[in-house]
Design a protein around this ligand. Structure first.
Ligand SMILES: Nc1ncnc2c1ncn2[C@@H]1O[C@H](COP(=O)(O)OP(=O)(O)OP(=O)(O)O)[C@@H](O)[C@H]1O
Ligand SMILES: O=C(O)c1ccc[n+]([C@@H]2O[C@H](COP(=O)([O-])O)[C@@H](O)[C@H]2O)c1
Length: 213
């Protein structure tokens, strides 16, 4: 079984914190690979006006993941899924020889209760949450946390996550990294122009994804 972390996101664009939290999670959970699921569109983000094309976001992820075991993929486009539960069900079916863990920053835990079928997600895969500057208090007070209360696994059991029964939630105590895609977009609203007319190969599906996609 290959142990594989899944970090879903807009990656609009990918940045240094995505890389550093991923390398940290790989170390803490002894992962063979970590896939970045570059989303065709977050179902909770109605305003897509500043969302760069999927191809440009995947290209930025590929650049940020260079020389690591991070695999950026736009596989949700191929699967035709947008909601995380649908994606995870499809991945578990498609890759029976992999053992997956869902990874997210604490900002996502704070609104996890708004995700479609969030309890089913938690029953499908263990979840690792990474501390994020300014969001940890909201995450601990989040409606989903009340439900998870009895499912929180202590840090010293972390290496054993492949044997956990679900739901299981663990907190990875990472020195909070303040970097965000929002800050990059504010400083460089045209960041995606550098990827114009380029295609990149999806690290998981091996298909070409182009800047205009
Ligand atoms: N600095 C960070 N610390 C911890 N987790 C992070 C950090 N940046 C991103 N993440 C996590 O990475 C995943 C993908 O994040 P995303 O692509 O939305 O980047 P973002 O910086 O949060 O973007 P935006 O600012 O546009 O909301 C999410 O689970 C998010 O919580
Ligand atoms: O499935 C849902 O209902 C759902 C709602 C909001 C966000 N998500 C997923 O959460 C991940 C983080 O999204 P984002 O846009 O905050 O980077 C990404 O994989 C989204 O598809 C999923």
């Amino acid at each position: 079984m290959k142990t594989t972390g899944l970090l879903g996101g807009s990656f609009n664009p990918a940045h240094g914190a995505h890389r550093s939290i991923s390398l940290f999670a790989m170390e803490e959970l002894a992962l063979d690979e970590l896939w970045w699921l570059v989303s065709p569109g977050n179902p909770l983000k109605q305003d897509a006006s500043d969302m760069a094309p999927l191809g440009a976001r995947l290209a930025s992820a590929q650049k940020m993941a260079r020389r690591s075991a991070i695999r950026p993929t736009a596989i949700e486009r191929e699967l035709g899924t947008r909601y995380t539960y649908d994606t995870l069900r499809a991945l578990v079916r498609r890759y029976p020889k992999r053992q997956f863990v869902w990874i997210m920053g604490s900002d996502n835990l704070a609104q996890f209760h708004r995700w479609k079928d969030w309890r089913k997600i938690a029953r499908l895969l263990p979840i690792a949450v990474i501390a994020r500057h300014g969001y940890d208090d909201d995450a601990f007070a989040a409606p989903a946390m009340a439900w998870f209360q009895r499912s929180v696994r202590p840090a010293n059991q972390r290496m054993n996550w492949t044997n956990w029964s679900t739901p299981a939630l663990t907190f990875l105590r990472y020195r909070p990294d303040p970097r965000s895609a929002t800050a990059i977009r504010m400083a460089r609203p045209h960041w995606h122009k550098q990827y114009a007319d380029r295609c990149v190969r999806d690290a998981v599906t091996r298909k070409l994804v182009c800047q205009t996609d």
